[in-house]
Write a protein that binds this ligand. Structure first.
Ligand SMILES: Nc1ncnc2c1ncn2[C@@H]1O[C@H](COP(=O)(O)OP(=O)(O)OP(=O)(O)O)[C@@H](O)[C@H]1O
Length: 336
């Protein structure tokens, strides 16, 4: 396959299940997630630690094999593919990890790291790859002489720029960015986030942006998916999600997020969720959020709420208490 089908979604997850281990001790990291990314779209994936975001992202680029369900890239199911076929498909998708120190080969120069995907996929000649290297370093804001350096000679921010240049070198249609700024100094986080935004606007790759940082998804993502204990609870466009979060969990998550404007922060009501996040080995029955949900009813303890369209703006919500027109429990007034 030399090109992706541009009419197909870049990424389609169909009832994706990923368990680690088997039997009653299996960790149900992702448990029936369906999600679609169209070309050029940035989808933010948020949720507390352990909700399954990283596992979902790794399944999307076949770093994990799935337990059940499908992962389609450009309409092609990469799940059953053999390793060699997956390797050929890898030019169409790539991933940037949280910690660039552990994902870059310490024995390779920056030039070799960045151009490796081009060599692996037999793209261009030695001369065109050199040109491409200069172009890529320039695009990620690194000077040409950085090409001769090794990862340990670079700062964390520079290393993440190298990871981005490498991930984008073969011109992927999909980039999974897994907490790409959270291991960096606060002072450089914003510049790397700005860089991702600029590259995405220029190159138009689709991006699954995984983060804890709600301000970052608000800045970068057109749509946002909220995950809780292996399942999606809400998928909505950015404006709707921040203005009127519908799922009680989304409302709690947003109410806990810091807002840059301190007077607003002081006035705002916070929802304090009781209890701990339950174990994904024995997730609660019915709605997985019911053990911590302040408005849970009897049916929430027994019936699994499907992720279904509500309201008129294409939002999807998995909550028994949200009605078809999108009205439902409002735990606090939206802050913006
Ligand atoms: N290789 C593995 N073997 C066993 N369990 C795993 C493995 N990888 C992840 N898990 C478990 O799967 C669940 C989901 O983890 P995952 O890292 O996907 O969550 P996350 O939402 O990305 O969390 P974080 O934000 O902390 O990275 C967790 O309970 C985790 O301990």
């Amino acid at each position: 396959m030399s090109e992706l089908d541009s009419a197909a979604p870049v990424l389609e997850l169909v009832d994706l299940v990923k368990h680690f281990g088997s039997g009653p001790q299996a960790v149900r990291a992702v448990d029936g997630v369906s999600l679609t990314l169209v070309p050029g779209e940035v989808l933010g994936l948020v949720g507390e630690s352990g909700s399954g975001k990283t596992t979902l992202g790794r399944c999307a680029v076949r770093l994990e094999t799935v337990t059940a369900g499908q992962v389609l890239v450009g309409g092609v199911d990469i799940g059953p593919m053999r390793r060699r076929q997956v390797r050929r498909m890898r030019r169409f998708f790539n991933i940037v990890f949280q910690d660039p120190s552990s994902s870059l080969n310490p024995r390779m120069s920056v030039a070799d790291i960045v151009t490796e995907p081009l060599r692996l996929h037999h793209i261009g000649t030695a001369a065109t790859r050199r040109d491409r290297l200069s172009e890529l370093l320039d695009q990620v804001g690194l000077r040409p002489e950085v090409g001769t350096r090794y990862p340990h000679e670079l700062s964390g921010g520079q290393r993440q720029r190298v990871s981005l240049a490498r991930a984008l070198s073969a011109g992927p249609a999909l980039l999974v960015a897994d907490e790409p700024t959270s291991a960096l100094d606060v002072s450089v986080q914003a510049s790397v986030l700005n860089l991702i935004a600029r590259l995405q606007a220029e190159l138009r790759f689709a991006c699954l942006f995984i983060t804890h940082d709600l301000a970052a998804v608000e800045f970068l993502a057109q749509r946002i998916a909220v995950m809780y204990l292996g399942r999606l609870v809400e998928v909505s466009d950015r404006a709707s999600l921040f203005a009127a979060p519908r799922h009680p969990y989304t409302q709690a998550l947003l109410s806990a997020a810091p807002i840059p404007d301190p007077p607003v922060q002081r006035k705002r009501a916070r929802i304090i969720l009781g209890g701990d996040v339950p174990s994904p080995v024995r997730p609660p029955s019915g709605c997985r959020f019911h053990t911590r949900c302040p408005v849970a009813e009897d049916r929430c303890r027994t019936d699994v709420p499907p992720l279904r369209p509500v309201g008129s703006n294409g939002s999807l919500v998995a909550c028994h208490l949200v009605s078809e027109d999108g009205t439902g429990p409002r735990l606090v007034e939206p802050s913006r």
